[in-house]
Design a protein around this ligand. Structure first.
Ligand code: NAP
Ligand code: GLV
Length: 306
């Protein structure tokens, strides 16, 4: 019985040490240096190379190292095993801090002043009057975001797949209620998971449902957005600005048109990054549960893909 950490793009010493402290009797190994693949019963995954997990015959359960699981499920050879994801108050707090900063950036017109500074232009303006906000996705992060901005004085609409009840938030559900959820929003924040149903969901039709001059923020996944439709909506003025933290291809290729678009603010997938210190306990608990035949904490619905 051993745990494999299959997270190619990250230094893993800290995660390995902390997991070892939580599970002193369990070998914690870092892929690709696995002493015996046949002994791996639990794998912690993030951006794992395709077909690697399928080569571990004794696996009982899988753990995403992030909130999203789209990258893990994209591997068509992945064995159909219980899969858990991260739900963590520290991750939610980081997302709210990021979104609060981005909201202030636009409300205070820092985008406009930054552009003016480049032209040595002195043009005082009062803050933008942003009143209504729509959150696409009312799960762990979306519902917290909706509650946060409602407390800041916004009228908040939220949209989900199934009906939800979030106090003081106007909740909409399903395809037919997407248009009314978006219609009056000054700010639209995407916190949907990437699934076959949400891929390219935010296309020209959906940007046309938004209020002219809306500001769009994507902190979910790049492939939920049709890139060309987003550029067209910005160029026509249908959207006033967009803040993008996530992209179809990451890192965003140097030649991508998003980099130089004057209405786009780019951050490199930094809005809410998993913290080793705050997630080790739930990963260790899920390892124990997988060996006791218990449901995992924060288990993903494999049929829905999130
Ligand atoms: P979650 O708890 O699983 O919530 C997902 C929400 O999206 C739910 O409300 C769900 O509806 C809704 N949804 C799913 N499919 C839908 C559809 N077809 N139509 C309408 N609504 C749909 O996820 P979360 O923890 O809030 O995280 C959301 C996403 O944020 C993650 O999947 C990840 O991609 C992204 N993320 C990004 C960062 C970053 O650093 N940029 C960090 C963390 C997470 P129901 O409530 O009806 O199920
Ligand atoms: C980050 O993008 C995550 O899904 O945790």
């Amino acid at each position: 019985m051993a745990i494999a950490l299959i997270i190619p793009d990250r230094k893993l010493d800290d995660l390995q040490q902390r997991l070892q402290q939580a599970l002193p009797d369990t070998p914690i190994e870092i892929w690709p240096q696995l002493s015996d693949p046949a002994k791996i019963t639990f794998a912690v995954l993030w951006k794992q190379p395709p077909a690697v997990v399928a080569q571990l015959p004794a696996l009982r359960a899988l753990q995403s190292f992030g909130a999203g699981v789209d990258g893990i499920l994209a591997d068509s050879t992945l064995p159909r095993l219980p899969l858990a994801r991260i739900v963590d108050p520290a991750l939610t707090a980081a997302m709210l801090q990021y979104l609060s900063g981005i909201e202030s950036y636009y409300r205070l017109r820092l985008d406009f002043f930054r552009d003016n500074q480049q032209q040595h232009l002195w043009q005082p303006r009062s803050p933008r009057k942003l009143k209504t906000l729509c959150v696409l996705g009312l799960g762990e992060l979306g519902a917290a975001t909706a509650r946060y901005f409602q407390q800041q004085g916004y009228t908040v609409n939220g949209w989900s797949r199934t009906p939800k009840d979030v106090p003081s938030v106007h909740c909409f559900a399903g395809t037919v209620q997407l248009a009314p959820a978006l219609a009056e929003a000054d700010l639209v924040i995407c916190l949907l998971p990437l699934t076959p149903q949400t891929e390219n969901l935010l296309n020209a039709n959906v940007f046309a449902m938004m209020q002219p001059g809306a500001i769009f923020i994507n902190v979910a996944r790049g492939a939920i957005v049709d890139d060309q439709a987003l550029i067209a909506a910005l160029d026509s003025g249908q959207l006033q600005a967009a803040c993008l933290d996530v992209f179809r291809q990451e890192p965003l290729p140097a030649e991508h048109v998003f980099w130089s678009h004057p209405a786009i603010l780019i951050t490199p997938h930094t809005s809410a990054v998993t913290r080793v210190d705050t997630v080790v306990a739930q990963i260790a608990e899920n390892y124990r549960r997988s060996h006791q035949g218990l449901p995992l904490l924060n288990q993903v619905d494999l049929n829905q893909g999130y």
